[in-house]
Design a protein around this ligand. Structure first.
Ligand SMILES: [Zn+2]
Ligand SMILES: [Zn+2]
Length: 321
């Protein structure tokens, strides 16, 4: 159980939550992905998907220690945080990191999101022990046998360490952090809220090189992006990608499975499925994320996996009940 890297999707929608009959298959919660690396829980973004995740985590008997990473601080990535139950449990330890101009920026924004005028409970009312810090993209976040900390370099660490590198993308209004989470030679890249462009984001391709799983923004259909979808203006420059753009990065970076993420809130399940089909024609190992979708990466190395190329994966799909 603790010997694998597990990815579970709790919120896959972009912009705003979309409950209703038309979004039952993929789900309507906003961005939240859980990564479990050998028993350590890392949470990517706190959209409304973090609310059901929090309820699940709160059922655990042992005191919780959790690492929460914000890609950026747009509403759809923070709006679930005030309802995150573990943050109200006193013996929980929460390590929270994200972007920001000064080390305090992230804390100030989260405080503002729960100011007396906007929410009945403040950050202080969340009784978990919290470390909240904006980190530079040049820093590395580490979680090993000692603790969770920010270091200068990912070199010389224990093989058991979860190592998180950051790439700051400017292909989204205000910028966004893209994270690469590595553990025991396996790696997942979380690249939400980023827009592809002609000639490709070469820095992102280098950052995602040979990742076992690439989670990439794929909010728009090609027609929508170009302004050819009836009733929708062009979304060029909005900071989100098409499925084809996501495939381009996966292909160039020679990643393992590509997971399309941050589905447009106006899209029905059929439209999201159509995006998945588009992607699979370009990059066959593609899948549209849905709530409850799990990927498990087996740590068992094969002789082939020791080389420079893609690592062998043992991917299992588990439906939520
Ligand atoms: Zn977003
Ligand atoms: Zn955004």
């Amino acid at each position: 159980m603790n010997d694998e890297l597990k990815i579970k999707f709790w919120g896959v929608r972009g912009s705003y939550p979309t409950p209703g009959a038309g979004t039952v298959k993929y789900g309507g919660n906003t961005a939240c992905v859980e990564i479990n690396a050998g028993g350590r829980t890392i949470i990517l973004d706190a959209g409304t998907g973090i609310i059901p995740l929090g309820r699940e985590l709160a059922k655990q008997k042992h005191p919780l220690e959790l690492l929460l990473l914000f890609s950026h601080l747009h509403h759809d990535h923070t709006q679930g945080f005030p309802f995150f139950v573990p943050a109200y449990i006193p013996n929980t330890r929460l390590h929270i990191f994200g972007p920001g101009g000064t080390p305090e920026t992230l804390k100030h924004i989260l405080e503002h999101n729960q100011s007396a005028e906007t929410f009945p409970l403040s950050l202080r009312d969340m009784s978990a022990a919290k470390t909240i810090e904006s980190v530079c993209e040049s820093r590395v976040i580490v979680w090993d046998e000692e603790n969770v900390r920010v270091v200068e370099s990912g070199l010389g660490l224990s093989p058991e360490a979860v190592v998180i590198h950051i790439h700051k993308s400017h292909a989204h209004p205000g910028g966004v952090y893209i994270y690469r989470i590595s553990w025991r030679g396996k790696s997942v890249v979380y690249a939400t809220d980023t827009e592809g462009y002609v000639g490709m984001d070469r820095k992102l391709v280098a950052f995602a090189r040979n990742a076992d799983v690439l989670i990439h923004d794929a909010q728009y259909s090609e027609e929508h992006y170009r302004g050819q979808l009836a009733g929708f203006p062009s979304t060029q420059g909005y900071g989100h990608s098409t499925a084809a753009m996501a495939c381009e990065v996966a292909e160039a970076a020679e990643t393992g499975e590509l997971v399309l993420f941050h589905h447009d809130p106006a899209y029905s399940d059929d439209l999201v499925a159509a995006q998945e089909s588009v992607a699979q024609r370009i990059f066959p190992d593609s899948r549209a994320a849905y709530e409850g979708f799990e990927i498990k990466l087996s740590p068992t190395p094969s002789p082939l996996s020791m080389g420079e190329g893609k690592r062998r994966m043992d991917v299992k799909y588990v439906e939520n009940d």
